[in-house]
Ligand binder design. Structure first.
Ligand SMILES: [Zn+2]
Length: 492
């Protein structure tokens, strides 16, 4: 944070998109940039007059028509017919906002953990993962921002997997003085509703730099949990009953498991209406339509009628600055879309709604050198990686892409056997020219929010690019799993 305070930030229009390969110290620089570009927030009375930021002296677009908020959401026409019907049916069952969010109801105190948070205030407190009288209760930090106006309860979670650090970084920055407080983006005096931020859920795993809880279980397979079962199940039960069940919207931040990396992407059950809405509101290009594994927070929350989406960005044990920045933009977009914060959300040029993928596998064993990193748009037959063997110097095998598409994930561990997955590809058949306009010099997708605040655009201008098919093994990441793994294998 010292660096944050020292940096002199240039005006936003001087900002040039840095290369996708960034050094960690740039995080601080980029966070300041986000903060500057988001600018101070505005009072409620002003919010109606606020437009999107003017760019390059272009005339300001007209204010958006009110009716658009209620226009039907487009469903990309290549999603399989059966799934499309499920999504359309779910979106047709639109419910109005609960009366408790109405201004006529006034704003009441927010009660959390038997503590009272007054309207327009922020409280930082500790939440104990286990109820014990002696021994370790694992208190984790939580910030509750209770707005001066009524509205939904949004819960933001990081590090359900203790070694996934993009979420903790993003949420810690959001709780810092550059983003939270009077005249900042998250200002309790103008906020409608309540935000609860838990940067690190799996504190014991985080301290040991491991994914699971100390009893070896994956918290994100144990929801809703049981009060009298194993340790992780008890933690899940307490989180479920005290934190999740009283939420209207949940955003769960993850990174890829060890040995691979993900481009920033949202995973959501698009047939769950409120989850569909917040998945789109996050403002990034790639959305994977999946229910989530059994026992995962997302799946169980959806079954109980709570909107929940998973953000994936970067890999475990790394602080990918782009993934951190994009998740922060996404959360602010989401809060603006829900009309909890003033200002307009930014939107991507296109969205890829994917219900299936293709795997790139190695046919040889040896050491991998990835030429097309995650985020690359690759052509059929393009060499995406090479494999060499220390026992046979001079011999090299090429790994080629079987199809044209966007690499959403790639292996980062160099050791491979024949059959090892080395890339996860969304096959793109339509919208190719749109997608190509957003590639950088190295052929990688410039993700909305990675190069400063995206320009203003209407919903109608966003092109939906559908990827149809199915998830091999039942879920987006199933094929990464070790031999003998079930269809429950997924990063999130
Ligand atoms: Zn995870």
């Amino acid at each position: 944070m010292k660096l944050l305070n020292r940096l002199q930030t240039p005006p936003l229009h001087d900002y040039r998109k840095p290369s996708l390969k960034l050094n960690i110290p740039k995080i601080a620089f980029r966070i300041v940039l986000i903060c500057q570009s988001l600018g101070p927030t505005v009072s409620e009375g002003d919010s109606a007059k606020v437009g999107p930021p003017a760019r390059n002296n272009e005339p300001k677009p007209p204010p958006r028509a009110k009716k658009r908020r209620f226009a039907p959401i487009k469903i990309a026409n290549q999603i399989p017919m059966r799934r499309r019907k499920e999504i359309e049916k779910a979106l047709g069952e639109r419910e109005g906002s609960p009366t408790k969010w109405s201004r006529n109801e006034g704003t009441k105190n927010h009660i959390f953990m038997r503590k009272r948070v007054k309207p327009g205030t922020i409280r930082h407190m500790e939440y104990e993962l286990l109820d014990v009288e002696i021994g370790e209760s694992w208190p984790v930090p939580i910030s509750v921002i209770h707005g001066s106006r009524p509205g939904p309860v949004v819960t933001l979670l990081g590090a359900i997997h203790g070694d996934e650090l993009v979420g903790p970084l993003a949420l810690t920055y959001l709780c810092g003085p550059n983003f939270m407080g009077p005249e900042r983006v998250i200002d309790a005096s103008v906020l409608a509703g309540t935000i609860r931020i838990v940067p690190i859920i799996n504190l014991p795993g985080y301290r040991r730099m491991i994914r699971d809880f100390p009893d070896g279980r994956d918290l994100n397979r144990c929801f809703p949990g049981k009060p009298d079962s194993n340790t992780t199940s008890r933690v899940a039960h307490k989180l479920w009953s005290k934190l999740i069940s009283s939420s209207d919207y949940v955003v769960d931040l993850h990174s890829a498991a060890k040995g691979r990396t993900n481009i920033p992407q949202i995973r959501a059950n698009l047939a769950h209406p409120s989850s569909n809405r917040i998945a789109r509101s996050f403002g990034i290009e790639t959305i994977l339509d999946s229910e989530g594994p059994r026992g995962s927070l997302r799946r169980v929350a959806n079954e109980e009628g709570i909107a929940c989406i998973t953000y994936e960005g970067g890999g475990s044990d790394e602080a990918d600055p782009e993934s951190v920045q994009i998740s922060m933009y996404g959360i602010i977009n989401l809060l603006r879309s829900l009309r909890m914060l003033p200002g307009y959300p930014s939107k991507p040029r296109f969205r890829i709604l994917a219900s299936g993928s293709v795997w790139i596998r190695s046919d040889q064993g040896g050491l991998l050198d990835v030429l097309a990193p995650a985020g690359s748009f690759v052509e059929e037959g393009e060499i995406v990686a090479t494999i060499t063997d220390p026992e046979l110097p001079g011999v090299q095998h090429d790994v080629v892409s079987p199809i044209r598409g966007l690499l959403i994930s790639s292996a980062t561990h160099p050791f491979v056997n024949s059959g090892s997955p080395i890339g996860h590809l969304l096959p793109v058949k339509r919208g190719v020219s749109t997608l190509k306009k957003r590639l950088d010099d190295e052929g990688c997708l410039i993700i909305s929010g990675s190069d400063g605040e995206p320009p203003w655009r209407e919903d109608e201008e966003i092109e939906d690019i559908a990827i149809f098919g199915e998830w091999s093994g039942g879920s987006p990441d199933a094929e990464w799993g070790p031999a003998g793994s079930t269809d429950e294998e997924e990063d999130n």
